[in-house]
Each structure stands twice: as C-alpha cells, then as structure tokens.
Write a protein that binds this ligand. Structure first.
Ligand code: F6R
Length: 243
C-alpha cells in the first residue's frame, strides 16, 4: 500500500482526479470502478472541471459503481444512480450505456447480484477502483463480519452506517436497510485501487486499516493484500502519525 499524506479534502480531491485522469489518458476505454458519498464528491467536481477545460474525454470510458441501496428507484434523490448523474455523468461526455450501477429498484436480489457480477467480468478487469472508507471500516457495503464475501451480494447495513448515511435522508427511518454491493473479491480483482480518506472522524478506523490485523471485522484491512493500492489521506485522517 502506498499511503500519501495530503493537506486537506481539497488537496485529496485534486490528487485523486489527477490520478484518475492519468489512467483515462493512458487508456481511453478504461473500465473505472466508482464510489459515491461525501469523500469522492470533490474528485468528481475536479474531473468535471478538467473535462470543461478540454483536458479529459469520457467518450470511451466505461464505469461500474460499487453499490446501490436496495428498494430505491433510480430517480430518487437518495439513490446512488442519482448521485452519479448529478455529480459526474450528466456533466461529462460519458455514454449512459457505458455506466453501470446495480438496479436498486429490482427486488430480485439473486438476479441483480449475479447479473452485476457477470457484467463486471464481461467488461473487466476494472482498471482502477475508487473507494471511500466507512466509519466502521466498510468498503462498498461490505460491513464488518465473520468472513469476507467474495462476489456482489445483498448486504444489511449496520447501525453505524445507517446513522452515518441518514444525513442524506429526511429521517433515519428513511435510510434503506439493505444494499446491493460488490463483494470484497470483486474489489480485490481490480488491477489497482485508489482509496480516499478525509477527516478526523476516520482517523481511528484508518489506523486500523493500515496497521491493525487483516480481518473481516475491519473489511478495509484486506486491501493490504492487494498488490497495487494507493491511499490519499488528509492530515486530519492520518492524525499525528509519522506516515
Ligand atoms: C459508497 C460506498 C461507501 C462509502 C463509505 C464512506 O459508494 O461504497 O463504502 O465509500 O460509506 O462514505 P462517505 O464518503 O460519505 O464518508
């Protein structure tokens, strides 16, 4: 794992966008694995700026997102589909048919997950998978547990995640309890991984990811077994440690 200390959220977002842009320039039809949430929003904003400045071309790029809530319609403002549309897809020249997100409106979990995994296998491998880190150590919606789940599956969100994500909903009750998510194996099969971590409230879990035991109780810790992981973490998330 290569861990880079950056000053703050803005510096992290700029470096992450530059990292993704470099991959896109080297491989104009790259398959990018994308994430949602507060962490990558600044990266997408910067990518849009680069596109508007004529520095980036998305016309051949293909994307697969990590996850989507189960039981949500794509046009709901809380869906990850909506997030991606608002933050990136509607603002660059990516072709809608080249963007893939699990279909949260389809209740047939087995089918959605099998088809999504098949899609990734057909399009893959993922050139670079962008990741945020959950407060409980989750990556995508792989919550802490007794084992690592290999493939795309339907996951229950744990209480800490529901609490963290309720800021996007009117009440905590409105947060869906399940999500379709890439598995740990799906993520680990990406050629490279870029994890972004920002903020003091992630400092302790980031320390566990980087230095604690590799265990499904801290799902992000598995990344230490991947041969090509880059972490951009800001000073608040890295704390005073000498990394
Ligand atoms: C989002 C995802 C999640 C988030 C994580 C951190 O697609 O898979 O694992 O990356 O919950 O979320 P934020 O960035 O909002 O702190």
């Amino acid at each position: 794992m290569k861990v880079y200390r950056v000053k703050d959220y803005d510096a992290m977002s700029r470096k992450a966008a530059a990292f993704l842009a470099a991959k896109m320039i080297l491989k104009p039809n790259a398959l990018l694995g994308l994430a949602t949430g507060s962490t990558p929003a600044g990266t997408y904003k910067r990518l849009v700026e680069m596109y508007q400045a004529g520095e980036l071309d998305f016309s051949g790029i293909r994307t697969v997102n990590l996850d989507e809530y189960r039981g949500i319609l794509p046009d709901s403002p809380n869906s990850y589909y909506y997030f991606m549309k608002e933050n990136l897809f509607s603002k660059v020249n990516i072709l809608p048919e080249n963007t893939y997100i699990p279909d949260g409106s389809n209740p047939d979990a087995q089918r959605v997950c099998r088809e999504y995994e098949d899609t990734i296998e057909r399009l893959g491998p993922i050139e670079v998978q962008l990741l945020g880190l959950g407060h409980d150590g989750h990556i995508a919606f792989n919550e802490p547990g007794d084992e690592f789940e290999d493939r795309t599956h339907c996951a229950w969100l744990n209480e800490q995640t529901i609490q963290a994500n309720k800021r996007f909903f009117e009440t905590g009750q409105d947060v869906p309890r399940q999500a379709y998510t890439m598995g740990i194996g799906t993520i680990m099969r990406a050629r490279s991984i870029l994890m972004l971590v920002s903020g003091r409230e992630k400092a302790e879990i980031l320390r566990q990811v980087l230095e604690g035991p590799v265990t499904p109780k801290v799902p992000g810790s598995i990344l230490r077994f991947h041969p090509d992981v880059t972490v951009f973490a800001d000073e608040a998330a890295l704390g005073d440690g000498g990394r």
